[in-house]
Design a protein around this ligand. Structure first.
Ligand SMILES: NC(=O)c1ccc[n+]([C@@H]2O[C@H](COP(=O)([O-])OP(=O)(O)OC[C@H]3O[C@@H](n4cnc5c(N)ncnc54)[C@H](O)[C@@H]3O)[C@@H](O)[C@H]2O)c1
Length: 358
């Protein structure tokens, strides 16, 4: 689709599992410039239940049938990680715009191939790192770009809580499950928790660090597993010469603990991010040495899932760059691969040279 006067992007969501139930289906319905036009899941019972609740115009059990529907402008891919790239490529071949869950894929090569194909097609692809649509994080980014000057250092941490499920059970509706749901053979959520934690949580941490701190050039990482908890401490060199430290811990024996500190030339930024399901803006304070004042935003609208659908629809309808795009998704994948490699080698690892499975 080229830039158009169409008011609402007609989205077909593939995958009616927990993330769609808790975020994407409602986000598409609430978005001011998109429509939940179709849904798709191979699990017929789940599809039927979600169709009753969300009343899309069309329901499809078969992804290719949804792709063949000319009224579907864009697909939102919300399936297990291993299916992200294969489904994205099929959507690309069908000429559809794509919004897809993070991580971009599971190997560097498949992500590079997708990124090349997206570039060649001229179609849009947005990766669902919804934290970029957190008003506090967006405020931090504006301050960094417009007022902070150069960067000296960045620290960012993403520490899942042992009480996560106590909190999410309280916050979220009862999930609708299905025995018929399609799961990949290679499913690290079941077989390899260390890998799963890096892909699912590391992709958020690395994306936030890149969004605020800029391109990451190299990392040196340590990893330890004790009493069922995993901890990665990662030293970072940014491409601009500044330094950083990333902390990915799953899970800390306390409340959800996520945030960042950035020390700049003409100011500093401190941010605290909440468990996403509270839909609460990060508390961010930006100190400007020009005014001698701390500033913060209210961030009253922190429905990040709806805001990112609106961002995606805006990119497609008005021919703007999606945020984040496939280049960002690939860079996050390479950074996670470098962290894994550095844990094994004990050396600094350059991001650019990364290959293989994350
Ligand atoms: N952005 C976030 O913060 C966030 C949070 C949670 C999960 N996620 C991501 O969302 C994705 C999905 O997570 P989930 O827990 O909902 O997964 P899930 O595997 O429980 O559910 C996915 C659904 O997709 C369906 N499906 C798979 N392949 C299909 C196909 N070819 N055609 C039609 N339907 C198909 C399955 O039947 C299943 O119902 C994962 O990549 C995960 O990392 C992101």
């Amino acid at each position: 689709m080229s830039a158009t006067t169409q008011a609402a992007l007609r989205i077909g969501v593939v995958g009616c599992g927990p993330i769609s139930q808790n975020a994407h289906l409602e986000a598409c319905r609430k978005a001011n410039n998109a429509e939940l036009y179709a849904i798709c899941d191979t699990a017929a019972d789940l599809l039927q239940r979600m169709a009753c609740v969300h009343e899309p115009q069309k329901s499809y059990k078969d992804f290719d049938a949804m792709l063949a529907d000319p009224k579907v402008d864009a697909v939102l891919i919300a399936t297990a990680d291993a299916f992200h790239i294969p489904l994205s490529l099929r959507a690309l071949a069908a000429g559809k715009q794509k919004k897809k869950e993070k991580p971009l894929g599971v190997s560097i090569e498949e992500c590079q191939m997708l990124q090349r194909e997206v570039q060649r097609s001229g179609l849009k692809l947005q990766v669902a790192n919804m934290k970029r649509y957190d008003p506090g994080i967006a405020f931090a980014r504006r301050f960094i770009q417009e007022e902070m000057g150069g960067q000296l250092a960045l620290k960012a941490w993403y520490c899942d809580s042992t009480y996560r499920y106590t909190m999410t059970d309280s916050l979220l509706p009862v999930p609708v499950a299905s025995d018929q749901r399609q799961v990949p053979e290679d499913n690290p959520k079941e077989t390899d928790r260390r890998r799963y934690f890096m892909l699912t949580h590391g992709s958020h941490l690395v994306d936030t660090a890149r969004y605020l701190g800029g391109e990451i050039a190299a990392v040196q990482a340590q990893w330890v597993q004790r009493f069922g908890a995993h901890c990665w401490f990662v030293a970072v060199r940014f491409a601009d010469g500044s330094v950083g430290h990333l902390d990915l811990t799953v899970a800390v024996r306390m409340d959800w603990h996520e945030g960042f500190q950035i020390y700049g030339e003409k100011g500093s930024v401190i941010g605290k991010t909440y468990l996403p399901w509270y839909l609460k803006s990060s508390d961010v304070e930006c100190f400007s040495s020009a005014t001698g004042e701390y500033r913060r935003v209210l961030g009253e609208d922190a429905q990040v899932y709806r805001r990112q659908v609106e961002g995606f629809a805006d990119a497609v309808l008005h021919d703007r760059q999606p945020n984040p795009d496939a280049v960002d998704g690939l860079a996050a994948m390479k950074t996670m691969a470098a962290i894994n490699r550095s844990v094994a080698s004990g050396q600094w690892e350059q991001i650019e040279s990364m290959k293989g499975v994350v």
